[in-house]
Design a protein around this ligand. Sequence first.
Ligand code: CP3
Length: 366
Amino acid sequence: MNHEAIAVDPKDILSPGTGSSRFVRACLRQPVDRTPVWFLRQAGRYMPEYMAVRKHHTLLEICRTPEIAAEVTITAAERLGVDAAIIFADLLLPFTPMGLDFEFVAGEGPVVHTPVRSFEHIQSLRTDRADELNYVAKSIEEVARHFAAPRPDGDVLGIIGFCGAPFTLASYMIEGGSSRNYIETKKLMYSDSAAWSLLMEKLVSVLIAFAKQQVEAGADVIQIFDSWAGALSVTDYRQYCLPWTKHLVEQVKATGVPVIYFGVDTASLLSTMRETTADVIGLDWRVPLEVGWKFVGDGCGVQGNLDPVSLFAPEDVLEQRVREVLQSAANKPGHIFNLGHGIVPGTPVNNVIRVVELVKEYGRHE
Ligand code: CP3
């Protein structure tokens, strides 16, 4: 959202339901009229509208064509009735301007043709072409224009820009794709600290520029995906991941927007992840929300954490699980309702919509 265009009166920010975005207020742990809700991968293969677009375009074509990416983003947010729209893009897009070719192979996921395994290769990666990612900023501008006006309930939809965290992106660069044990990544990390540091620095410099473009285009919040940080021990996370991720978070926050920092399988890492200074930490579903929030600490919000596969459960079980998450958060300022990870293909769309209705019903704050 363009803050100037909306002209929000600062006093309204503290009084719920009066015009600005409840999603942004929740990220800042300010009072809200009800818990905001959105979903990781809300525009994805489970949704027939997305598949209809996907029939005519590859994933990368959608990402790189602002009109299509914006349309996919808007359609998903409106169909579900959520409080925030995450821009349709992908974590790996910065690889291209860095000089690393990749593609998405059906049934296999991302494939990097020449995985990064040496200091020389890391030296050759470029950091001076982040501007080439400005198609994402253009998509955000279109989405921001579309959602500029308040909705019937007076709330303005939040717009989320995103990027990967350096560890998770490095893992794709080094493994050449998805991985189970991250052997090549950890080998490089343990054996060549100069190479590892250089790779982290290069990634962070591109990611800061990329996130800034998104904020300037109208993103209200930036989510940083460290999807695979849970593969690290606390010691390794602290040594090989935290310093660079903290720098990224600080630089993104300096643009004036809240940062959500998300990972999976992170129960043991949560208090250390908090040291990045992110405003909100994403919780997966393996940790009870109130336990995760204790680890994260009071000065920070949490996002989550319904099991995405509970969306396949019968309605009474699903309702119970949604209410459990809300009760766990106890209406404390700073909870954003979400899944613990992305919606999976095959998820019934109506169940996703049902969750939004349930949060709207049971997530009201007095
Ligand atoms: O609404 C949304 O969230 C969609 C926007 C989005 C995509 N990727 C589009 C996409 C977002 C936020 C991402 C982030 C992303 N990309 C992550 C972090 C999220 C997480 O799950 O933790 C990761 C790890 C990637 C890299 C990536 N992209 C992988 C590993 C895959 C293949 C996995 C699969 O599900 O097949 C992708 C492909 C991808 N990116 C899809 C979508 C909708 C599905 C494939 C398709 O449409 O062909």
